[in-house]
Design a protein around this ligand. Structure first.
Ligand SMILES: [Cu+2]
Length: 158
């Protein structure tokens, strides 16, 4: 009689312990582990929202391979925290894309590609992309692959 009671008490305690352990594990997973996994990298405010920008024009006639210029300037430099927001303005009568050559995905702002956000940039339309890491970013226009350009983003040393 005594023995049976003791056994069922032990059984009760281990079930409670099991439930407590599972609850703690789930809580850890949901409130600590998952948010840490999903957290975006910490980026300085002036990098997320720089005071200046870098302007690139899409030249009229760019849909013709014989055009003398396409993305203008073809290569630009931008500085983190100063001018790392790059703005393309389409001065052509044809729609164009700005598409990464090498599948670049910014950790904060996603894939460097109009086609994964706004699609093609319409005539007179603009597209902006804020690079949050230094690097050289090669890109092209998907419908007109002869249109190529490069954005070089460097750290600020001021
Ligand atoms: Cu194009």
């Amino acid at each position: 009689m005594e023995r049976t009671k003791k056994q069922s008490q032990i059984g009760g305690i281990s079930i409670i312990s099991f439930i407590v352990i599972v609850t703690i594990s789930l809580a850890y997973y949901q409130f600590v582990f998952t948010p840490a996994m999903n957290a975006k990298p910490e980026v300085a405010a002036e990098v997320l929202n720089p005071p200046g920008s870098t302007e690139i024009s899409i030249a009229e006639g760019s849909s013709q391979p014989s055009n003398p210029i396409f993305f203008t300037p073809k290569e630009v430099r931008a500085t983190l925290g100063e001018s790392n927001k790059v703005i393309w303005t389409n001065h052509d009568v044809t729609a164009h894309s700005v598409t990464t050559d090498d599948n670049y995905v910014d950790p904060t702002n996603g894939r460097f590609d109009t086609l994964s956000t706004i699609g093609l940039i319409p005539p007179q339309g603009t597209f902006d992309f804020t690079f949050t890491q230094e690097g050289d970013y090669l890109y092209h226009c998907e419908p007109h692959p002869w249109m190529t350009g490069k954005v070089s983003v460097t750290e600020s040393f001021s």
